[in-house]
Design a protein around this ligand. Structure first.
Ligand SMILES: Nc1ncnc2c1ncn2[C@@H]1O[C@H](COP(=O)(O)OP(=O)(O)OP(=O)(O)O)[C@@H](O)[C@H]1O
Length: 261
């Protein structure tokens, strides 16, 4: 094992009922990498992340994080993780201040430090005026910023981001991309799942494509380009997932919409 290897996934399998989702996923993540984890809807990206975080216990194979087998279920390793879930339940009746200081304290950050950090991060993200407002009044993008901030308050060593920029405007996406680049430069590791291929293409130091339960491609964007017919990540994704029927499906879809009147 490389001494800077933070995450090792060996022959990971996972089924729901008789549906096999992960059929033997192998990957090695080294400190400081920004991994773009991509794949078709339902491929098992969120499932992989939930297994690594200890939220899904019933799986085959081995996952090691910070050199420790996660089956040992140590709380310590979870303190070093930040997580932005794809779908999050935030407590709508709390204010941003109440929510962020609550989450910060869960991760062991002192109240004063959590409060100061939260307020400053909200201001930097352009939502400082909503710090003391109830989350129920937040727009989609404001909630997403709240989630991103809550995942970072304890200065984690590895960040798992499941569709983190849903709802962010173009300027906020630029700030977010810069935050990820700066975190990686400081030695933080980022595991990022998204369908926004142009963003993944630009920010990832390495891209992993999950398809049919396995890793179908693993490399830098330039390596993926060299291994396929080239082009954008969107074009590579379409090639590697062997998908060509979008025109016919679109036509049939519209025909059904227009039919039966
Ligand atoms: N708790 C569950 N019970 C049953 N099936 C589940 C459960 N969670 C996920 N699945 C199934 O596992 C498959 C993978 O889901 P997952 O959410 O990991 O996909 P994904 O790659 O993140 O997809 P998307 O890009 O649409 O977010 C899907 O077919 C989903 O229906």
């Amino acid at each position: 094992m490389n001494e800077r290897e933070l995450l090792t996934i060996a022959n990971l399998t996972k089924s729901y009922g008789n549906k096999e989702i992960l059929k033997g996923v192998n990957l090695h993540v080294v400190q400081g990498e920004i991994i773009g984890y991509i794949g078709p809807n339902g491929a098992g990206k969120s499932t992989t992340i939930k297994i690594i975080l200890g939220m899904e216990g019933d799986y085959g194979g081995e996952v090691r994080l910070f050199g420790e087998n996660i089956r040992q279920d140590s709380v310590e390793y979870k303190r070093r993780i930040g997580y932005v879930p794809e779908i999050a339940d935030v407590y709508d009746n709390l204010t941003g201040y109440e929510y962020l200081t609550f989450i910060g304290q869960l991760y062991g950050v002192d109240l004063d430090i959590a409060a100061n950090k939260s307020q400053t991060l909200m201001e930097l993200f352009g939502v400082g005026e909503a710090y003391h407002a109830r989350i129920s009044s937040y727009s989609k993008g404001m909630r997403q910023k709240l989630l991103i901030i809550s995942s970072l308050l304890h200065n984690p060593d590895i960040l798992f981001l499941d569709e983190p920029i849903n709802g962010l405007d173009a300027n906020s996406v630029m700030i977010f991309k810069e935050i990820l680049a700066q975190l990686a430069a400081q030695g933080k590791t980022i595991f990022y799942s998204s369908h926004l291929m142009d963003v993944v293409e630009k920010i990832s130091s390495r891209i992993i494509l999950l398809h049919d339960g396995k890793v179908a491609a693993d490399g830098t964007f330039e390596q993926l380009q060299a291994e396929s017919a080239g082009g954008t990540l969107e074009a590579i994704f379409t090639q590697l997932t062997d998908f060509h029927d979008y025109r016919e499906i679109g036509e049939q879809f519209v025909a059904v919409v227009q039919g039966g009147q």
